[in-house]
Design a binder for this molecule. Structure first.
Ligand code: ZN
Length: 259
């Protein structure tokens, strides 16, 4: 007899991803790896006070709302992770140690310390893997149908990190294939009012990222990771304004690249 498998999510808890515009006609395919801040009941509060769940360590502030507006405006398929990145980071290979953080920025996460192999495995199996399987299935389907697809991975970054202020309002991130990122960057710079990060505040890498390397690069489809500064999209007006800007510029970048 084998022991019953450790399960993280209860039957009445939501699945790990939310989808909008499932039948969207746009070539743009939107992901939001850090969109949610929900915790499975079984994890309690991870030993953290409620205020920590307002911070970027728990989620990408504003990113899910911008993604949602963009999906509406472009009629684009969008998928967002529902659970907090403190449960498991959906933009990281689960075999990498930092996929479940014990310290985020300067904050210790007591509920992530001393996890058993079964507890770690359940977080990957129930939170991260279904999310990426759904992305994979949808991209397979589009590929089989011969539909052009541009992967847009939406994120947001904290304006001050470990005490250092960041100058960019937005960054375009990539690793091996800069084509779409640089087409978009040129358009953002032409707006005249933006300091645009080029692989800033982060660069994409195989150990620190998952969505772009796995779903974008390996499939050789055009892609970019977009990082917007969180203070600019913390409220509904900012979220709408940034979604409107990207609704204008993303198709323009795609046209330029396709020419
Ligand atoms: Zn993020």
């Amino acid at each position: 007899m084998t022991a019953p498998q450790y399960r993280l999510l209860a039957a009445d808890e939501p699945p790990p991803f939310a989808i909008e515009h499932e039948q969207g006609a746009s070539p743009f395919f939107l992901t939001c790896d850090h969109g949610g801040r929900r915790l499975p009941r079984k994890l309690g509060d991870l030993g953290l006070p409620p205020a920590e769940f307002e911070r970027h360590i728990a989620w990408d502030i504003g990113a899910a709302a911008v993604t949602s507006h963009l999906a509406d405006a472009l009629d684009a398929f969008a998928i967002s992770q529902v659970y907090s990145r403190l449960v498991i980071d959906s933009n990281r290979d689960p075999s990498v140690e930092s996929s479940i953080v014990t310290v985020s920025e300067l904050t210790e996460i007591p509920g992530n310390r001393d996890l058993s192999p079964a507890e770690r495995a359940a977080r990957a199996r129930e939170i991260l893997e279904p999310y990426h399987r759904r992305i994979e299935a949808e991209l397979d389907r589009r590929q089989a149908a011969g539909r052009p697809t541009v992967l847009i991975a939406m994120h947001s970054f904290t304006p001050v990190f470990k005490g250092v202020a960041r100058p960019w309002q937005i960054g375009v991130l990539y690793h091996r294939d800069a084509r779409f990122a640089h087409a978009l960057k040129a358009l953002l710079e032409a707006e005249g009012d933006l300091t645009v990060g080029d692989n800033e505040p982060y660069a994409v890498g195989d150990l620190t990222d998952y969505t772009i390397p796995v779903h974008g690069e390996r499939r050789a489809i055009p892609h970019v990771e977009i990082e917007i500064r969180q203070d600019l999209i913390a409220d509904p007006a900012g979220q709408r304004a940034w979604a409107a800007r990207l609704t204008r510029l993303l198709p323009e970048a795609w046209r330029k690249l396709s020419q």
